[in-house]
Design a protein around this ligand. Structure first.
Ligand SMILES: [Fe+2]
Length: 303
């Protein structure tokens, strides 16, 4: 089937502690921190005006995922197919598109109520080049921002939606115990050469997002970010390791919002013509040792 979705273009996050995010995103991850007049923050990784948008709010979770399509015809075709299977599509007006820094977008939800947007014409800031505060370079381009892992409860329904309606291609499954004692099957879906832009994980967590992955262009950029996170006392949910399926060498710092970022290098590029679906029984070739998150500090008892 045809697939209009070409990349994960941007995501929006609702975060409660902007000051903590500033330290994490800017000083540790090396993202460019660009405040807007409305109090939101654009985090940049390349020439796009925004890649990760922070909105202040109590949920500490994914607010929306923005999927990039080629042009207006592709957006219209995607909207028609969504409506054809009974999905309500909101064709956002010019003000909303300007807010998202794209030419045009539509909004819809997946079967589990996660908010998605599809757009074309992302604003490019060639007059205001991306500058990482740590000198980091991110791998984006036609592979998009990175990848997103969503927690799901009805995985078969979600898989059908993303493959049959949105046109994602299945790369592989991992049957594993990411957390010891909890076997699950995670499925990895692609919409460009990146091994996966979306993964669906049937994990019983209260958040929509499991993690967001950003990829850097050198192994040393991973090492330096790891140093910065460790010097800052950042909890690592998974230690440095190499994934079995997409071969990403990465570590997982815990964000101030209680979900993870995967910070990686060396992800596999898939050729659609030669790829065949694989199955793995381990999450990682090595490393990625799970570490329990720290418990909140107990209040001092008053004598
Ligand atoms: Fe990942």
């Amino acid at each position: 089937m045809s697939s209009e979705v070409e990349a994960l273009g941007y995501i929006g996050l609702e975060v409660s502690d902007l000051a903590a995010w500033r330290v994490f995103a800017k000083e540790e991850l090396g993202l460019q921190w660009v405040p807007r007049d409305d109090g939101t923050i654009d985090l940049r990784t390349d020439q796009y005006a925004t890649r990760i948008r922070l909105h202040v709010g109590p949920r500490d979770d994914l607010a929306y995922a923005g999927w990039e399509v080629k042009d207006g015809a592709a957006l219209a075709a995607l909207a028609a197919r969504l409506e054809g299977v009974g999905v309500t599509v909101d064709r956002a007006d010019a003000a909303v598109a300007a807010d998202r820094r794209v030419h045009s977008l539509i909004r819809f939800t997946d079967p589990e109520g996660n908010a998605h947007e599809a757009f074309f014409g992302p604003l490019q800031k060639t007059n205001d080049p991306f500058v990482s505060p740590t000198g980091t370079r991110f791998k984006t381009g036609r592979q998009g921002l990175g990848h997103l892992v969503l927690a799901c409860r009805q995985k078969a329904t979600m898989m059908e939606f993303f493959t049959e309606t949105l046109g994602f291609r299945l790369s592989d499954h991992i049957n594993t115990e990411v957390v010891p004692g909890r076997p699950i099957e995670i499925s990895f879906l692609r919409c460009n050469g990146r091994h996966h832009s979306l993964a669906l994980a049937p994990v019983p967590i209260p958040k929509k997002i499991v993690h967001l992955m950003v990829e850097v262009t050198t192994i040393d950029d991973v090492g330096r970010a790891l140093d910065r996170c460790m010097k800052g006392g950042r909890h690592l949910t998974f230690t440095l390791g190499r994934h079995s399926n997409d071969e990403m060498l990465s570590f997982y710092p815990l964000t101030p919002s209680g979900f993870d970022v995967e910070y990686g290098w060396g992800g596999l590029e898939v050729d659609d013509e030669s790829w065949h679906v694989l199955t793995h029984d381990t999450n990682s070739a090595w490393g990625h040792i799970y570490q329990r998150p720290p418990k909140p500090a107990k209040l001092e008892s008053v004598a």
